[in-house]
Design a protein. Structure first.
Lengths: 252, 184
């Protein structure tokens, strides 16, 4: 675990640094590979920048709505640089809402824009997994496996490594398919494929986690149920999502 | 396109069925996570024990405050964000002390000195125990790499929140403390 990174006199949160690097790498890859989704690199990077902005605004608003005391005590905290005052779920809603508005403004189909952004999402997912590994927020349950890792004095399941490997594998397959399959099987289905892969990852790895991030109800892990519903939705609606790309949609 | 793969409907059903079987098996065979019985400087684990003396030479430890929500603030007198967040600490101390909150502020004497600490307390008006880590052992136990670092510990002794850096605001602290006090 390396929650803080000391560079000279500076102490930087490792998780935050990893996320920033992942976002930069993701944007670069999206610009490079996005053209295979028939969206120009400039449009792709503009969409990502606007969506990140929208995500941050929503993350702060979501936190403020959930914790109004913070806002009432000092309204200026709305503009604070404190990353603890961000709500992840609201941020994701803000990101996709902004992408939807951007796609409508630029007359580019939403699904094509999401496909063009998929390399960014892959890097973000890998960055998030690395970030939680560095901060120690996700860790395995105590086990006596030969391949267990020793954390805080006891052997724990290396679930965070499983998680990272699964996402890297799914991401690698997607990126490879993007780079050489111009009319490949993932045309129009890149984003849903990634969501399905992330859902499968959650279904498989959640039971091995020992951190308090796992929510249970009546003996069932809610993360697994939520992931199964997401997976079912993606598989059910995939054929509606994957439609032939019209040349009219091409943006240069 | 994926959905045009032959028998896609059946492949989808097979994937969903396998996932459902794994959910059922893992629910039955793999125990749900239980509150940790081991200590460590991480959310979900028991807070490492402390046994330190204060500036007034009183002895403090976590066992004394069992059943209370505990806020441990690691600071140094020379650290500007530590100084900036002390008024917020004192305000939540005044507001929640009677509701079951205990605040300990800890400084490492290997990188601080008594006159500066006393000046720091006088300037900040802190009325909660200021504890002295003479050899840095508690700083090492809590893996303190940055100042300030603040731990929020629930009434069962488990770490629920870690704030790296500061200054923390009164509103943010009050929100998190409220949540823990309600969960007691």
């Amino acid at each position: 675990m390396l929650p803080m990174l000391q560079i000279g006199p500076l102490n930087i949160q490792t998780g935050g640094l990893i996320l920033v690097l992942a976002a930069w790498l993701g944007m670069t890859l999206s610009e490079k590979l996005g053209k295979n989704s028939r969206v120009s690199p400039n449009l792709t990077s503009d969409a990502i920048i606007w969506s990140i902005g929208g995500g941050i605004v929503f993350a702060r608003l979501g936190f403020s709505l959930a914790s109004p005391n913070v806002l009432f005590q000092n309204p200026l905290t709305l503009f604070s640089l404190n990353t603890y005052q961000l709500d992840l779920f609201s941020g994701l809603v803000g990101f996709f809402l902004t992408t939807a508005i951007f796609s409508s403004q630029k007359a580019v189909p939403f699904r094509l824009l999401l496909d063009a952004q998929t390399p960014f999402f892959i890097c973000a997912a890998v960055g998030f997994a690395l970030s939680t590994m560095a901060s120690g927020d996700v860790y395995g349950a105590p086990v006596s496996l030969p391949w267990a890792v020793s954390l805080w004095g006891i052997s724990r399941h290396p679930v965070q490594i499983y998680d990272l490997l699964f996402i890297c594998l799914a991401g690698y397959f997607l990126l490879k398919s993007l780079s050489f399959l111009n009319d490949g099987i993932l045309r129009g289905g890149q984003f849903p494929f990634l969501i399905a892969a992330l859902a499968i990852d959650q279904i498989i790895t959640s039971p091995f986690r020992g951190d308090p991030g796992i929510t249970t109800l009546a003996g069932v892990r809610l993360q697994q149920i939520a992931a199964w519903i997401i997976l079912a939705t993606v598989l059910l609606f995939l054929k509606y999502w994957e439609q032939p790309v019209q040349s009219d949609y091409e943006v240069s | 396109m994926i959905s045009s793969i032959p028998h896609w409907k059946w492949i989808s059903l097979a994937i969903l069925s396998l996932a459902a079987v794994w959910i059922a098996l893992s629910t039955i065979l793999i125990p749900l996570p239980s509150p940790s019985t081991t200590s460590g400087p991480q959310i979900g684990l028991l807070a490492p024990s402390i046994d330190l003396s204060s500036l007034k030479n009183d002895q403090y430890n976590l066992a004394q405050v069992k059943g209370k929500v505990v806020l441990i603030n690691f600071f140094a007198s020379w650290c500007p964000p530590c100084k900036a967040e002390m008024p917020a600490m004192q305000k939540v101390n005044s507001a929640y002390q009677t509701s079951g909150l205990q605040i300990y502020a800890i400084t490492n004497l290997q990188q601080d000195n008594l006159p500066d600490i006393q000046n720091f307390i006088d300037a900040s008006g802190a009325q909660f125990p200021i504890l002295l880590d003479h050899d840095g052992a508690v700083f090492r136990e809590y893996a303190i790499h940055a100042l300030p670092t603040t731990f929020l510990i629930d009434s069962t002794g488990h770490i629920q929140k870690i704030f790296y850096g500061g200054p923390l605001t009164e509103g943010l602290l009050a929100t998190e403390i409220d949540r823990l006090l309600k969960g007691r």
